[in-house]
Design a protein around this ligand. Structure first.
Ligand code: ADP
Ligand code: MG
Length: 286
């Protein structure tokens, strides 16, 4: 199974392009679609889910344009949009029944599936509580369950951890990781740690263009020699206008600046440091 984006471009009414000539291939596994706000992540997801049409280019499922597959494509797809209205007066279970009905599932298959999903997202014991009383993490988990109702082969998650605290984020991350067998999962986010350890491949999107894509290890290798730690006296500042400062740590007698930049720092004491995805993000986006 594969999903291929071919030369996709999209401009909203006369503004600058939201996407320009995007090409990317997806096979089963987790993909992190990483980029700052406005990069075009949601637009790309909306095109990949056939909710909006690209101005040019195609999305192919195996070799067929998804636009021509209509309901056949929707049947393969689970989607968690960035903004989704939840019905506060529904209980968690009622919400899943409602969504199952919208997806045209029959009662019999819904019943088993809903029970299985409530258990999987760890909301079985809360299934009779009103969604209005759910925490942020519980709301995101019921939305993930909703996206899984039809056993999708392709799961598109647009900022699934928005507004969650770290332990809830980790929970969602682990949940998505366990779902990834035999599925294409695409996670759009600007939070590096959401995808750092679970993504098979990272696609860096900036101003509507894919600036880099590859396995995390491979992308990190590319900036391996560009991360430095620079030691500066407490009263001094570190000035270098071509550096991206990723961290400042206060020691007892010194400040340690962590920077990512192409050239070694000049006129200061420094050592090489290990590159992480945070540095990768700042290297491309700061
Ligand atoms: P992201 O999800 O990465 O934050 P978006 O895809 O939402 O990025 O937005 C990409 C660009 O397209 C932004 O400049 C945004 O303002 C613009 N945009 C997104 N949706 C619309 C829309 N419905 N109408 C007009 N402009 C839009
Ligand atoms: Mg978005």
């Amino acid at each position: 199974m594969e999903l291929t984006i071919k030369d996709v471009s999209k401009t909203y009414g006369g503004q600058k392009a939201a996407l320009s000539n995007v090409n990317q291939r997806f096979t089963p596994g987790i993909y992190g679609l990483l980029g700052p706000n406005g990069a075009g992540k949601s637009t790309l997801m909306n095109i990949m889910t056939d909710n909006i049409k690209a101005d040019s280019g195609q999305v192919l499922y195996n070799d067929t344009d998804i636009h021509n597959m209509k309901d056949h494509y929707r049947a393969l797809l689970g989607y968690m949009p960035q903004q989704q209205t939840l019905y506060d007066n529904f209980t968690g279970e009622e919400f899943l029944w409602y969504m199952a009905a919208l997806k045209g599932m029959d009662k019999k298959s819904s019943k088993g599936k809903i029970a299985e999903l409530l258990d999987m997202v760890n909301l079985w014991s809360e299934k009779d509580k009103k969604i209005g009383s759910f925490s942020g993490g519980m709301k995101q988990r019921i939305l993930i369950a909703q996206a899984m109702l039809n056993d999708p082969e392709i799961l598109m998650m647009d900022e699934p951890t928005a507004g969650l605290d770290p332990s809830e984020r980790i929970r969602i991350r682990n949940l998505l990781s366990t779902l990834s067998e035999n599925k294409i999962i695409v996670i759009a986010t600007h939070i590096v740690s959401d995808i750092e350890f679970i993504a098979k491949e990272i696609v860096l999107l900036r101003d509507g263009e894919v600036v880099r894509a590859g396995q995390p290890k491979q992308l990190l290798t590319e900036i391996r020699d560009k991360v430095y730690e620079i030691e500066v006296g407490l009263s001094e500042e570190y000035h270098c206008n071509r550096s991206r400062i990723t961290n400042i740590r206060m020691g007892a007698n010194e400040k340690i600046y962590r920077v990512v930049q192409d050239e070694p720092p000049k006129n200061c004491r420094y050592q090489h440091a290990k590159a992480g995805l945070e540095e990768l993000y700042l290297y491309y986006f700061l």
